[in-house]
Design a protein around this ligand. Structure first.
Ligand SMILES: [Zn+2]
Length: 550
């Protein structure tokens, strides 16, 4: 105690020339590097927006150099949450375009399309998404004819909830020059107006690009949504060059409030952004890495598996690249200094990319922090290979709760030992980062934090949790959503915890996560969000709750 007080007093005296803010009377909680919870009740923030001191005994110290004191009212304060994997501009477009998320049947999707088309007669291409035929009674994919029945005068392109397929109407197929006889490109499939994985590009080629103004509007909307759910940093995945330009416009204009670690979409982006950038705009933006893909997704049976699908024995999914191609792509990004983040869902794709990273870590070392995005279905024998090669598992806990029944159908119950295996990853000594993959899932991190400790969805299903041995402690789950996601973005010296010298990015929430059960934790409301010591969201002053999927 004596040592602590002496250190505090010295630090406070040293900073007394500054205009510091003391936030007192708070129930501060954060995860340490070991995944243990740390408690604190005061925070001193410098006028540079960085943390000066984290205090355990505010009431015992006479504060020198404090020019402003804020009474936290005993409320719970957490570090700003970092989503390790999200699609920022897409989140904005999801909110601004036709959103059919949660449609419980084809006819509900059709009704939403009918309403949107009537309300937006001037929109020349109707775009949107969020459908999931797994939620429908017959689980049948929608078809072009299903959309034609509602809108036939202009193209309609609706993305599946996982981002790995479109369903389009005949007008869109005509615009793309596609007929029933068009063969699917390698790595894709076409059936009845559904375009899976590589076949999506046939539509992308003809869909009008969003204008700069539309991208700016989507980014602004996305930031509003993220800050309202307590997300102050994001690993911005599959960042298009147009997105990168929008991020920079916002940065220059002082309109970036969420810190973005950008992973540019494919090595082709390197023509426009040839090397990683340092931190820009007060540590608000950085080009960190290149995002690659090893396979598709489980929902559309595009995930590449070691053995055929249990519910489609003729198929083992889609292998996107040969080993040699995959090494060449990752090597090209790494040679330019980029971090490499590769999407891998199936056990074969994960084994392939682990092998690629093992090879490259011999050349570049393990501290390139090779990332595997999703790491969803993994052969348990491959998990111990992560740590020696410095491979980070970037995982999304709400994928587990959303996908569990589908995963059981796709794989059968006896091939799930390495599925969504967070605890096994940690036990194997590897680093774990959490996120949501928004807008595939809601960007709200609290259902994910709760799933992390319960393996249950927001309704508490299934009782006892799905494969409960993979549950984390609250400290481990919070660490994955803060320090873990910061580490995965080479940002742990800036964000992810409240410590002297790091940014004062924090949130105030309406409940203490250590005192509630997982179902209540999932329903946590963010009352305030602060970035660099400034309040950027307040629920009290928000005109309407902006978050999706609440
Ligand atoms: Zn993603």
């Amino acid at each position: 105690m004596r040592t602590l007080l002496t250190a505090l007093t010295a630090a406070l005296l040293a900073s007394s020339a500054n205009a510091d803010t003391l936030i007192t009377n708070i129930n501060g909680i954060q995860a340490d590097d070991q995944g243990q919870l740390q408690h604190f009740n005061g925070l001193v923030i410098g006028d540079d927006g960085k943390v000066r001191q984290v205090l355990q005994h505010v009431e015992l110290v006479r504060m020198a150099g404090i020019t402003r004191t804020i009474d936290g009212g005993g409320r719970t304060l957490l570090p700003g949450l970092i989503d390790g994997h999200g699609h920022v501009v897409d989140l904005g477009f999801y909110a601004l375009r036709l959103n059919v998320t949660g449609s419980a049947s084809l006819s509900e999707l059709q009704q939403r399309l009918r309403d949107y088309a009537a309300a937006h007669p001037d929109v020349k291409w109707i775009q949107g998404g969020g459908w999931n035929q797994e939620l429908w009674p017959d689980k049948k994919f929608p078809t072009a004819a299903d959309l034609d029945a509602i809108v036939s005068d202009r193209p309609v392109v609706l993305e599946r909830v996982d981002g790995h397929a479109y369903v389009v109407n005949s007008a869109a197929m005509k615009a793309a020059g596609v007929t029933a006889a068009t063969p699917a490109p390698h790595g894709g499939e076409i059936h009845d107006g559904v375009f899976v994985d590589a076949a999506k590009q046939l539509l992308d080629k003809v869909t009008p690009e969003p204008t700069d103004a539309e991208n700016d509007q989507a980014l602004a909307k996305a930031q509003e949504i993220l800050l309202s759910v307590g997300v102050t940093g994001v690993g911005s995945m599959s960042t298009r060059v147009a997105d990168w330009n929008a991020f920079n416009r916002a940065g220059r204009a002082g309109r970036l409030n969420v810190r973005l670690m950008a992973y540019l979409s494919g090595t082709e982006s390197m023509a426009a952004v040839p090397h990683p950038t340092g931190w820009l705009y007060g540590d608000r933006l950085r080009a960190s890495g290149i995002k690659l893909f090893a396979d598709g997704a489980l929902g559309s049976r595009g995930a590449w598996l070691k053995k055929p699908y249990a519910d489609s024995p003729g198929s083992s999914g889609l292998q996107f690249h040969s080993d040699a191609e995959m090494i060449a792509l990752a090597d090209r990004a790494a040679a330019a200094g980029f971090q490499v983040a590769t999407h891998a869902i199936g056990d074969a794709a994960n084994a392939q990319i682990i092998g690629v990273y093992e090879q490259l870590s011999k050349k570049y070392g393990a501290n390139r922090r090779w990332r595997i995005e999703h790491f969803q279905i993994v052969d348990p024998a491959d998990i111990p290979r992560l740590a020696p090669a410095g491979i980070i598992a970037s995982m999304q806990p709400t994928h587990q709760t959303s996908d569990r029944l589908m995963a059981e159908a796709r794989l059968g119950t006896n091939r799930l030992a390495g599925a969504y295996a967070w605890k096994t990853v940690l036990k194997a000594g590897a680093k774990l980062a959490f996120g949501t993959d928004f807008p595939v899932e809601s960007p709200n991190p609290f259902p994910g934090l709760a799933a992390g400790i319960s393996r249950q969805d927001v309704e508490g299903q299934p009782p006892g949790g799905w494969m409960p041995a993979e549950r984390l402690t609250l400290g481990e789950s919070l660490r994955a959503y803060t320090r873990g996601a910061a580490y995965a973005g080479f940002a742990e010296d800036k964000i992810g915890s409240l410590e002297p010298g790091k940014w004062a990015d924090f949130i105030i929430v309406d409940r203490d996560p250590t005192e509630v059960d997982a179902q209540s934790l999932a329903k946590t409301q963010v009352l305030e969000t602060w970035v660099a010591g400034k309040k950027v969201f307040s629920r009290a002053s928000a005109a309407s709750p902006a978050e999706r999927g609440q």
